[in-house]
Design a protein around this ligand. Sequence first.
Ligand SMILES: [Zn+2]
Ligand SMILES: [Zn+2]
Length: 606
Amino acid sequence: MVEEKQHQSEKYPESELYRIRHSAAHVMAQAVVEMFPETKYTIGPPVENGFYYDFDLPRTLTPEDLEKLEKRMRQIIAGRHKFERQVLSAEAARQIFKDQPYKLELIAGLEQGGFDEYGNPLDSKPEISIYVHDSFTDLCRGPHVEHTGQINPSAVKLMNVAGAYWRGDEKNKMLQRIYGTAWKTPDELKQYLWQLEEAKKRDHRKLGKELEIFVFDEEVGPGLPLWLPRGGVIIDELEALAKEMETKAGYKRVRTPHLTKEDLFIHSGHLPYYAESMYPPMEMEGVKYYIKPMNCPMHHKIFASQPHSYRDLPLRLAEYGTCYRFEKSGELFGLLRVRSMQMNDAHIYVPEELFEQEFMAVIDLYHKYFEIFGIDKYIMRLSTHHKNGLGKKYVDNERLWLKTEEMVRRAMDNGGVPYHEVPDEAAFYGPKIDVQIWSVIGKEFTLATNQVDFAQPERFNLTFINKEGQEEMPLCIHRAPLSTHERMIGFLIEHFAGNFPVWLSPDQVRVIPITDAHNDYAVRLANQMQVEGIRAEADLGADRMNAKIRHAQLFKVPYMLVVGDREMADGVVSLRKRDGSRADGMPVGEFIALAKGRIATRSREL
Ligand SMILES: [Zn+2]
Ligand SMILES: [Zn+2]
């Protein structure tokens, strides 16, 4: 919880780490320019966990170069050179960077307004400034540390070199991007490097295959995962959890088709704007049909199919809906970026006066899930509109924008929910909340987006009769706390490193007979547990006992029960848990009670 609070009070661009990393990027650029005086340098911003700088160099960098650069950076750092800022005219800046064509291009952008010194779009016309330290000068608006000595030389590391096109455009020249990382202390650096190593081991693409959870098949197509039986179990458990929680929270379940006429998406406004994220239409009997990229319009139709009074609201329609979105092949990534997805979707139709309470109930649901999965670091990002975008990027209704944004802020503040506010990033039809979560090793995932929507209810003419007997438009909350199965399971595999809690484990119990003579007893035990709702299996294979144990360990089965003569005679089991702990001679009934308890409470304990 402490970490959340820090996150709330400190925005990254205003943090000391940001200044350290930005300053380290300048120091690195100085070292590169010294190594290759003909260097043309471009931009070097801080990024999450570090920084980079893109260079146009006479030759390709080698790992040895990085070592030399790192060494030189430490010398520059030791020099305690001051970072000094100067504001200047475009003409003066052009003089300074006359041999730096990329900088000249950036200066032109700054001079004309509309772009910052990284070439990113900007609302206002910025001041042109440079930062100078030692022998290096950069076009830069800061911020920096006071002097290079404030960068800890033992907490900086150059990580790797990658190709990057100038301005991200493949028509431009390919540059060399050096990635570095910088922290306040060597311990923080060590921790970060450990996390990277651990993240490789936990990679869901690797573990998903080893644990037989999902596969991709060339003939089925990229981005379209096939869930194996073990993955199917995880999906069923997540759906059971969602249904249980949603039923308690007053949701009603609906089902909608995967296909719909073009008209629906024209009506919703997704066509033509969203067309490039949709699969192309198919035509039958002269009518165009689309495969759905989202469930919302169908839920709106369900709402509209019946008259509603204020007594029926909030109406919460839930569905694990399957959607298809087109993602470019190059952007697909394991389960985290896919083309077919099963979404923990729901749309809540709520009168304005009940909005805050309903919104907090949704946030509460998130917290319950976070508790179950042991997610203790998260942040919600509230994206709001910008006046200039009204009628273009955003629905032209300033009153409702201001009102709904204020309602969300108040709900978050009153509920003590940590959040950042990001202006000018909202969805077309209302403010949205992006939920970022961190796995136990500190890897960040975007879990889901919650949206407040006042545009779709209007488009679909959704109304209810209020207490005064008049027609009123409800607000709509789009929410998906468990995200999609694809994204959620991708996260969970890495979060637990495949060691799922008992309730979520595809295999819960493996009974391992010591010899063939104990097979019958093993089968009887497994059957007894299956009847009790435990996923148990007896391993009757030809392998020796030790090989069977290793196999169960490989699949990260929470409980192994080894049975031989003694166990058979006494009606007991020898329990070996996944974490290596053991209990010999445990009465069968006692073990079953233990396992059932863990499952029923969705405990993370073994
Ligand atoms: Zn800079
Ligand atoms: Zn929706």
